[in-house]
Ligand binder design. Structure first.
Ligand code: NAD
Ligand code: UDP
Length: 312
């Protein structure tokens, strides 16, 4: 692919830093925009000396225009613990931030990919979830700031495409994990691994029978790049690993793979916690010829190795 100049918002975060690294390795120029709300300089440390990499400390809630060919718009806290801490800020980031990045895309004629989420399906009544499902979201619950923020971001994206002809892509990302998740991020994979490595109790919320489907980060980054570079917009596209696990299964697997002496403790299930989640990825398989290649066991092993290598 010819060299491009590419903006990655949220580039110092978990997914963004892997994406920046991959784009640099593919020979592109990358402008990383981040306000370090949940991201860290450490995530992108190894890129800072690269002449193709530029870091701009910027809050996407403020307008900005930078000449680029493509924009991956990832800036937004993703963990329930973080996005619920300041819900107004979360909505502002999801809505105003996306509006600003769509304006930038329109101004400089860049193609833009929006990081949406499986949370647009809420606590789904359809299983597995296909892109045609409209979702089951509580608009006033504790997850609403994120879910409705992202739903609005999708609406803005299709409106900019319709009204202004902006080239858009919408990635509906399902639970993704891997190295560089923040140890205090609060999401289940990082929580369980950190607890297991410390031989602390593993906190299972509710009865642990709720399910999620976990995708390893490098698989997701490959899907991002394929989706961005499809010739025409396929509309919202589910990206995730269809292997479904209960939270309890994940807890037991983590204890086994870390050879930990941790025990399980039950904690209350957070309000509106989705009961089952699994992507139907037939659209991604057909349109971008993608399916995940890293098994959960392999991915968890790599993530354990990462958490062993950093201070937790
Ligand atoms: P993350 O919290 O590690 O990264 C988010 C990044 O955005 C951080 O670097 C943060 O500092 C930055 N950011 C937040 N608000 C900002 C603002 N106003 N201006 C500029 N930068 C800002 O989370 P992640 O897991 O890497 O998620 C990245 C994107 O993917 C998010 O949009 C998230 O909603 C989406 N997503 C992730 C998952 C997942 O499982 N990881 C699932 C669904 C959707
Ligand atoms: N969870 C858990 N223990 C934890 C963290 C999370 O049992 O320490 C559960 C949580 O209730 C949810 C699932 O794991 O059912 C995934 O939670 P996460 O916050 O990672 O992401 P979500 O998919 O809910 O946004």
């Amino acid at each position: 692919m010819p060299k491009k100049r590419i903006a990655v918002t949220g580039g110092a975060g978990f997914l963004g830093s892997h994406l920046c690294e991959r784009l640099i390795n593919d020979g592109h120029e990358v402008v990383c925009l981040d306000n370090f709300f949940t991201g860290t300089r450490r995530n992108i440390e190894r890129l800072l000396d690269n002449h193709n990499f530029e870091l701009v400390r910027h809050d996407v809630v403020q307008p900005i225009v930078i000449e680029v060919d493509q924009i991956y718009h990832l800036a937004c806290p993703a963990s329930p613990v973080h996005y619920q801490r300041n819900p107004v800020r979360t909505i502002r980031t999801a809505v105003q931030g996306t509006l600003n990045m769509l304006d930038m895309a329109r101004e400089v004629r860049a193609r833009i990919l929006i990081a949406s989420t499986s949370e647009v399906y809420g606590d789904p009544k359809e299983h597995p979830q296909r892109e045609t499902y409209w979702g089951h979201v509580n608009p006033t619950g504790p997850r609403a700031c994120y879910d409705e923020g992202k739903r609005c971001a999708e609406s803005l994206t299709v409106s900019y495409k319709q009204q202004y002809g902006v080239e858009t892509r919408i990635a509906r990302i399902f639970n993704t994990y891997g190295p560089r998740m923040h140890p205090n991020d609060g999401r289940v994979v990082s929580n369980f691994i950190v607890q297991a490595l410390r031989n602390d109790p593993i906190t299972v919320y509710g009865d642990g029978q709720q399910t999620r489907s976990f995708c390893y980060v490098t698989d997701l980054v490959e899907a991002f790049i394929r989706l961005m570079n499809t010739e025409s917009d396929p509309g919202p596209t589910n990206l995730g690993n269809p292997r479904e696990l209960t939270v309890l299964e994940l807890a037991k697997m983590t204890i086994e793979l870390t050879r930990s002496s941790s025990t399980l403790v039950r904690e209350p299930l957070p309000a509106d916690d989705p009961v089952r989640r699994k992507p139907d990825i037939s659209k991604a398989e057909e349109v971008i010829k993608w399916r995940p290649t890293v098994s959960i066991e392999e991915g968890i092993e790599k993530t354990i190795a990462y958490f062993k290598s950093v201070e937790i």
